[in-house]
Design a binder for this molecule. Structure first.
Ligand SMILES: [Zn+2]
Length: 321
């Protein structure tokens, strides 16, 4: 048997999204065969774990959303990957997550294995990582981080959502850092005198180039409204978008100076506004890049996999890809 399955769950501040990824080891083909979501409880660790367990149960038991899709392998084990929105160390413990209601550090792997192992009568192999790291793996293996279907060796994925997350592939390997905290690019400081960030410092990149950063640049207007006004040709909104592009370009240029990537992939919620934002980001990046006329420019692309990318990447990590 060359076809196997893995479950991936992306735990977000408001929604938990789960997928089943099918992996054909003979051909290398990867595909999503089921998808399912629930609201994320805001009532503590036990309820978050129960919600994730419920999602996996729904994808795994007979009569469920995708009955049989996660039939355990010969060894009676199911591969499960979990993406979490915060600082996840190499042992799978979540240490900080401003958008998730949990009671202190959370080690979700053993909690899930207990809860589901009993229910389903199978053993779970649980892998836990940062959500943007998971999205990076997904875009690298199945999305925009490839040339003609072949994953590139040097890639940076930047997720522009409420905040900014990121992931780095260098020399053909996913970079996790010493503790597992690599890729927290949203907290690169781009202006030490800038606005206060939820992390407690000033002028972090995500204060300018995320959804909330866009709202800040627009003097408190909703980012969606600014994008809509710019789309309609409103001059003031277009000026805000141009400034957003300049700040985004500064961060992308910093990443390029550090890592010299082949591709930079923009992911996250703001990709749905790419028609308005991409030209401004292109212009800001060209302006901020070091020696732009004496080097090949990294490719700057929008992500291809959309919202499920974090869940897909978690499944791929669990499958050992
Ligand atoms: Zn910060």
């Amino acid at each position: 048997v060359t076809v196997r399955h893995a479950v991936g769950v992306d735990v977000g501040g408001t929604k938990c999204l789960a997928v089943v990824v099918e992996i054909d080891d003979a051909t290398g083909r990867l595909g999503v065969v089921a998808e399912h979501r629930v609201d994320t409880p805001a009532t503590g660790t036990a309820d978050v774990v129960a919600a994730v367990a419920g999602l996996i149960r729904d994808l795994a038991v007979p009569g469920s959303v995708a009955p049989g899709a996660v039939a355990p392998g010969a060894a009676g084990r199911v591969a499960v990957g979990i993406g979490l929105p915060g600082l996840v160390d190499r042992a799978g413990t979540l240490w900080a997550a401003p958008n998730l209601r949990i009671d202190g550090p959370m080690t979700i792997g053993p909690l899930l294995a207990d809860e589901l192992g009993r229910d389903l009568g199978v053993d779970l192999d649980v892998v836990v990582d940062n959500d943007a790291t998971c999205a990076t793996v997904a875009e690298w293996q199945m999305g925009a981080g490839r040339h003609d279907g072949v994953p590139v060796d040097d890639l940076v994925v930047v997720t522009l959502g409420t905040g900014i997350g990121g992931g780095v592939v260098a020399g053909g390997r996913l970079q996790r850092g010493h503790n597992g905290f690599a890729g927290e690019i949203g907290h690169m400081v781009v202006d030490p005198a800038g606005p206060v960030c939820p992390c407690g410092r000033r002028g972090c990149w995500e204060r300018y180039s995320s959804g909330s950063g866009l709202a800040h640049l627009a003097g408190g207007r909703r980012g969606e409204d600014v994008v809509a006004a710019a789309r309609a040709g409103d001059a003031e909104a277009l000026a805000v978008i141009a400034e957003f592009g300049r700040w985004t370009g500064i961060g992308l240029a910093n990443l390029t100076n550090l890592l010299d990537p082949d591709l930079l992939v923009i992911a996250g919620g703001l990709v749905s506004s790419a028609d308005v934002l991409a030209p401004a980001i292109d212009a800001g990046f060209a302006e901020a890049l070091y020696a732009p006329d004496r080097r090949p420019h990294p490719g700057l692309r929008m992500a291809e996999l959309g919202e499920p990318s974090g869940a897909i990447g978690a499944a791929l990590l669990a499958a050992g890809i």
